[in-house]
Design a protein around this ligand. Structure first.
Ligand code: NOJ
Ligand code: CA
Length: 570
């Protein structure tokens, strides 16, 4: 229901950030644009699916591709345009699929290639594109390339991985693995060490070898030909290492595994990665496909590099700095949004994924959690850029962390317990209904569902117009019907307000106002939209997550953690 409220003009500090003209975005004749010069991935809402945990069609306790296909109607009704499926390729599952033993097949645990083709074609019928996860830095130690590589020093594939002699009876240098284990693994058979940035079962590929590059580029062609619309590139920061193996300089303190800290300047973020990204992009462009990057950057300058100097690398490097703002703070979010908005590329917003504690726990205060989940949705789904949702976020799913070491499945948690408990908590089964195991499976799920699945599930929340799910549905519908939410500029309003984040999205004479109370107390907001061309604006409320007092004349009053989205007209 639309409520009308009028805003009185009050002088309040505003600043304007201009969206990039379409010309600054990659112009490739093979990539199709809409009437606004936008490419499909700019108009799209992405949704990450962890296949083990989404829907289990054969009740073996593990989700699968047919499970995903059976839920496409749900995703379509929700308003999702593209699904990113984390690795579903054959894998010993040491890192739950991020250890790939064959890039061009489907793990039988998830189904068959026929199931995959059916998934793509059924998704297409619903205008949903399928994005796969490309684990570019490493393979599984069971990949045929590595099995051959380790078989002898003269094997055909020896140089596909990074093999070196040790020094002084130890590893070749002081580099460390991300997972709390040594980064060099000694292989008795040939008396050399191989390099693994993650687990020893995940040996790093040698991207300096042209044969590796050619084979990996071919993998993308293989999937594009099967109808895949792009890739999320895993761990792109770690693709290259200094060939001289220079030791990393030490840093003060210890890491989460209790090891001394090092600045990883010689084995992460080497500039050579950009050549690879450009090659991947040339192929992607031929297929109108998108490349999304897992880009852990310390600042906007680093993030900017991933778009490429000529916008010829990743279309969508994830702004993980936004995703790791760990407390609700209007000034901090304002700062992050402004920074990425001026970075020169299309922003990508993520607040949760399979490596991060769920946003429900990170931002929840234990009292207003649902309200906060709606507030966060109202934020990242209304910004200039493409959002990537994480399955279950739309329900207010929470982490279900293991309580005992023996229950931990994630290798990070196994190594790091109790300081690092791993990522199982954010990977639990999707909550479909109040049935046993939240309707995910009639078998024993590979990870347990939290008891909070009772109120937080698709069936129950679909019946409640005020549920987190209902708010997501409204927001996603709005993104598809309000052009200003996709094409509009982003203008921060009331930039000195410590509690309320307000902004205007404006596309020609269409404008949407977003007001988000990030505090636990009611807040009154006064706005002056005159500089934006609205001397006496009339607001039609599109969504409010609290009971709005009708007919407010001079200012808007927001409930604790309340979100208000309104259409602005003169
Ligand atoms: C990043 C992935 O998101 C994570 O789940 C995985 O463990 C590492 N890369 C290694 O592939
Ligand atoms: Ca299954």
């Amino acid at each position: 229901m639309l409520e009308k409220i009028t805003l009185c003009a009050m002088m309040i500090l505003c600043s304007s950030l201009t969206a990039l003209p379409a010309a600054a975005l990659p112009a490739n004749p093979q990539q199709q644009t809409d009437a606004h010069g936008r490419q499909w991935w700019q108009n799209a809402v992405f949704y990450e699916i962890y296949p083990r945990s989404f829907a289990d069609s054969n009740n073996d306790g593990i989700g699968d591709l047919n499970g995903i296909t059976s839920k496409l109607d749900y995703l379509h009704e929700l308003g999702v345009d593209a699904i990113w499926i984390t690795p579903c390729f054959p894998s010993p599952q040491v890192d739950f699929g991020y250890d790939v033993s064959d890039y061009e097949a489907i793990d039988p645990m998830y189904g068959t290639m026929k199931d995959f083709d059916r998934l793509v074609s059924e998704a297409k019928k619903r205008n949903i594109r399928v994005i796969l996860d490309f684990v570019v830095n490493h393979t599984s130690d069971q990949h045929k390339w590595f099995l051959d590589s380790r078989s002898s020093k003269t094997s055909k594939y020896r140089d596909w991985y990074i093999w070196r002699d040790g020094q002084n009876g130890g590893p070749p240098n002081n580099w460390q693995s991300e997972f709390g284990v040594p980064a060099w693994t000694f292989d008795k058979k040939t008396g050399q060490y191989y390099y693994n940035y993650f687990y020893p079962q995940q040996p790093d590929l040698n991207w300096r070898n042209p044969a590796v590059k050619a084979a990996m580029l071919d993998v993308t062609r293989f999937w594009y030909e099967r109808g895949v619309a792009g890739f999320r590139l895993d761990a792109v920061d770690t693709l290259f290492e200094d060939p001289n193996l220079t030791d990393n300089p030490s840093m003060p303190g210890k890491d989460k595994f209790g090891r001394p800290n090092f600045a990883r300047i010689h084995n992460t973020k080497l500039p050579e990665v950009h050549d690879v990204l450009q090659d991947l992009r040339k192929i992607a462009d031929k297929y109108d496909a998108v490349l999304i990057g897992e880009t852990w950057t310390k600042d906007i300058a680093e993030l900017k590099n991933y778009y490429g100097e000529h916008s010829n690398e990743l279309q969508m490097p994830m702004d993980l700095m936004f995703g790791t703002v760990n407390k609700l703070s209007a000034p901090e979010f304002r700062r992050q949004i402004a920074a990425v908005d001026t970075a020169g590329g299309w922003p990508v917003f993520v607040i949760s994924n399979h490596d991060m504690v769920r946003s429900y726990n990170r931002y929840g205060d234990g009292v207003h959690n649902d309200q906060i989940a709606k507030l966060m949705a109202s934020l990242y789904l209304t910004l200039r850029g493409s959002p990537i949702m994480y399955y279950g976020e739309e329900l207010g799913m929470e982490n279900n962390d293991p309580k005992r070491k023996e229950d931990v499945k994630d290798p990070q948690g196994v190594t790091g317990w109790p300081g690092e408990i791993g990522r199982d908590g954010e990977r639990t089964p999707m909550q479909w209904s109040t049935a046993k195991n939240a309707g995910f499976s009639t078998g024993k799920p590979w990870l347990p569902v939290p008891s909070s699945y009772k109120p937080h599930n698709v069936a129950a929340e679909s019946q409640d117009p005020n549920s987190v799910l209902s708010v997501y549905r409204q927001l996603l519908a709005m993104r598809h019907t309000e052009p200003a939410l996709v094409n509009g500029t982003y203008t921060a309003l009331n930039e000195d307000d410590p509690n309320v984040l307000s902004y205007l999205r404006k596309d020609q004479d269409q404008a949407i106002l977003v007001i988000l109370n990030m505090s636990s107390t009611p807040q009154k907001v006064k706005l002056n939209l005159e500089p934006q061309g609205f001397a006496s604006p009339k607001l039609s409320v599109l969504l409010s997550t609290f009971q709005l007092s009708p007919g407010t004349a001079e200012s808007v009053e927001l409930a604790p953690f309340g979100a208000l989205i309104a259409k602005v007209a003169q």
